[in-house]
Design a protein around this ligand. Structure first.
Ligand SMILES: *[C@@H]1O[C@H](CO)[C@@H](O)[C@H](O)[C@H]1NC(C)=O
Ligand SMILES: *[C@@H]1O[C@H](CO)[C@@H](O)[C@H](O)[C@H]1NC(C)=O
Ligand SMILES: *[C@@H]1O[C@H](CO)[C@@H](O)[C@H](O)[C@H]1NC(C)=O
Ligand SMILES: *[C@@H]1O[C@H](CO)[C@@H](O)[C@H](O)[C@H]1NC(C)=O
Ligand SMILES: *[C@@H]1O[C@H](CO)[C@@H](O)[C@H](O)[C@H]1NC(C)=O
Ligand SMILES: *[C@@H]1O[C@H](CO)[C@@H](O)[C@H](O)[C@H]1NC(C)=O
Length: 580
């Protein structure tokens, strides 16, 4: 049934899409004709690129743990989706072990260099947003290695090797990557390293043409043989530091050598009949998701109300969560205990629900926010379940498209611009915006606040789902809507991912409704009934041609198909899942 609805969708898409050319290499490269939803018995990998889902699936088939598959899939994504993630960045990863009955939160987020300080940008947002000075210390390679040391069953080299080959032989540029390249064209053309990999003869590589990164392939080869120490305490790190220093950055060898992965306690919330594990700070994702769901749970009629009323309540709970989340920061630097306790508490959620009025919306100050918002950027999310029902939910990032827009020439690594996720003191006090959030100011060794929301769901003690999304500050809204669609509104996993999304970031006080013609040509647009109803309640609504990409895996827990897995990769990015 699911397979059917998915292929119907894709056929409609084939017929309706003006740009779809069935014979073109481009379409095949983007994987457009693979189903966005699959059914599998043993294991599933849902990544935002089909090639990487397949590589992860093969690892599961050989008996690998979900963490083994996550390592292989994440390295692959860093190669074929280089605008969104990679070893020059960081990640948050939830790991559920069915054997131990534990869910751990791996914080491998990029970290402010030891020479960083609160006023290092002197209010200059440009310097904070791109170039080598916007780089924070990468955490992905060592984070993956640490989780693999605990859970992995397959040799490390086996997991990295497929990505060495892809970087060396090249991969066809997908239409989505091409869109990201076009959006970053001036940055790519201005950087020698990026130009070398992503242009040919002075212009951007076209969709379907092969993209190679030979230096990255050499780097990955060393990592496959020697592990993370080559990066943090070895030749790769030395090359990277030298390149960054020459480009004006402040990372040192000591920054790499002292990087630590933090294994944190996951956030847990019992809500709507399920137990949800989420990412704790420095991500605001888990706490915001928990607060929204706890607020919405107070309504007894959620499954039966109209779509427009549901949309209004979702937005109002989202605005509340956004107001509160800016009080969060790196728990190793700021005391966030009370805020976090509030955001997870049922009684607090009850009080916050009183702020919602079904007939009207309010201006931003109504929701109690004190600080301006964080507008973070692109990412990549993968969801994995293995045959033992271990699970991984991982969101990785280099922050903006192509991170700092700086590719380290000696290593082929695209360097993140994660420093842009810190708030900085402003010199010109603007009256139209709240002040920047002190809990998220820069300090040496601190990790910036994030919106990433990797999530794992249980029902009656059994694994029920794995979900998360990419899309920066919009991730919280995207993930919550997909979850609500399935858990509360009775949509099947694919339909809950396909449903057009609504976003709100509190500041500015505007609803952004999805109206996105994605690079493959398909259109996602919120319907007129919802838009008009929101306007009548006083919302300012604006179309938005972008948004989140969500990967969702669900285990059927009842009925004749109990134990069956359904994996969905968001068709917005034309990825596809793989299972067996
Ligand atoms: C697993 O742990 C959860 C708490 O996180 C508990 O509710 C559940 O009963 C445990 N399951 C088993 C089989 O011990
Ligand atoms: C910020 O720094 C950039 C790069 O050095 C410079 O071009 C720009 O003029 C600076 N902006 C301000 C407002 O100082
Ligand atoms: C590169 O561009 C030049 C000038 O536009 C052109 O003469 C040449 O044929 C191009 N080479 C390739 C390999 O496309
Ligand atoms: C680098 O090597 C030093 C000295 O052996 C060690 O203390 C440190 O943990 C290593 N760093 C990383 C990130 O592996
Ligand atoms: C927001 O609403 C409050 C209460 O209705 C009002 O006092 C305040 O002036 C409003 N602020 C703005 C910026 O409109
Ligand atoms: C959606 O965007 C298209 C342009 O891409 C525009 O023509 C259309 O009017 C928009 N629809 C809505 C409801 O905003």
């Amino acid at each position: 049934m699911l397979m059917q609805s998915s292929s119907i969708f894709l056929w409609l898409f084939v017929i309706l899409s003006p740009c779809f050319d069935r014979s073109s290499a481009t379409a095949a490269a983007a994987g457009d004709r693979m189903p966005a939803s699959i059914v599998a018995r043993h294991g599933v990998v849902a990544a935002d690129h089909g090639l990487c889902s397949t590589i992860g699936r093969d690892v599961l088939k050989e008996g690998g743990h979900a963490v083994d598959a996550a390592v292989a899939t994440a390295f692959c994504l860093g190669v074929v989706n280089p605008a969104s993630s990679g070893i020059g960045g960081g990640a948050f990863m939830l790991v559920h072990s069915s054997h131990r009955n534990t869910t751990e939160a791996y914080d491998m987020r990029e970290t402010a260099p030891l020479r960083a300080s609160k006023n290092m940008y002197a209010g200059n947002r440009t310097l904070k947003a791109s170039g080598a000075l916007s780089a924070a210390v990468p955490g992905e390679v060592i984070g993956l290695e640490l989780a693999w040391k605990k859970y992995g069953r397959m040799p490390w080299a086996r997991l990295v090797r497929p990505s060495v080959k892809i970087a060396q032989d090249g991969f066809p540029v997908s239409r989505y990557l091409h869109m990201q390249m076009t959006a970053s064209e001036s940055g790519i053309l201005a950087d020698k390293g990026l130009r070398h990999v992503f242009t040919s003869n002075g212009s951007l590589l076209k969709p379907g043409t092969l993209c190679r990164n030979i230096k990255l392939s050499e780097t990955l080869k060393i990592i496959s043989n020697s592990g993370a120490k080559a990066f943090y305490n070895g030749s790769i790190g030395l090359g990277l530091i030298k390149d960054i220093a020459e480009a004006g950055g402040i990372l040192t060898r000591e920054d790499l050598a002292s990087y630590t992965v933090k294994v944190r306690e996951a956030i847990v919330v019992d809500v709507m009949g399920v137990k949800i594990f989420g990412m704790p700070p420095p991500s605001s994702g888990g706490a915001a998701l928990a607060l929204m769901l706890n607020m919405l749970e107070q309504y007894r009629d959620l499954s039966s109300i109209s779509d427009p009323l549901m949309a209004h309540r979702k937005i109002e709970s989202l605005k509340t969560a956004f107001a509160l989340r800016m009080n969060l920061g790196d728990p190793d630097f700021v005391d966030i205990e009370d805020v976090l306790k509030d955001m997870l508490s049922k009684s607090f959620a009850k009080r916050m629900k009183m702020l919602i009025n079904d007939k009207t919306t309010f201006n931003s100050s109504h929701y109690g926010g004190r600080w301006n918002q964080l507008y973070d950027h692109g990412t990549s999310h993968l969801s994995i379940v293995d045959k033992d029902r271990n699970a991984v939910s991982m969101t990785s990032t280099i922050n903006a498209y192509f991170g700092s827009k700086f590719l380290s020439p000696s290593t082929g690594i695209i360097v993140n611009n994660e420093m842009d996720d810190f708030s900085i003191p402003t010199t010109n006090i603007s009256t139209s915006e709240p002040p920047p959030a002190p809990p998220n100011f820069i300090a040496a060794g601190k990790r910036p606040l994030s919106s990433m929301t990797p999530t794992i769901i249980f029902k009656d003690g059994k694994l029920k789902g794995v979900v998360g999304a990419s899309g920066g500050a919009l991730i919280i809204a995207g993930t919550t809507q997909v979850l609500l669609g399935h858990l509360v509104r009775g949509k099947d996993p694919l339909s809950s991912v396909l449903a057009p999304r609504l976003y709100h970031q509190l500041v500015p006080n505007v609803v952004q409704y999805e109206n996105w013609t994605v690079p493959s040509g398909d259109v996602f647009e919120v319907g007129a009934e919802i838009r008009e109803s929101l306007k009548r309640k006083g919302h300012i609504v604006q179309g938005y041609g972008g948004g989140t990409i969500c990967q969702f895996v669900v285990q059927q827990l009842t009925g004749p198909n109990a134990g069956q897995l359904i994996g969905v990769s968001d068709p917005r990015k034309a990825g596809f899942p793989a299972g067996f």
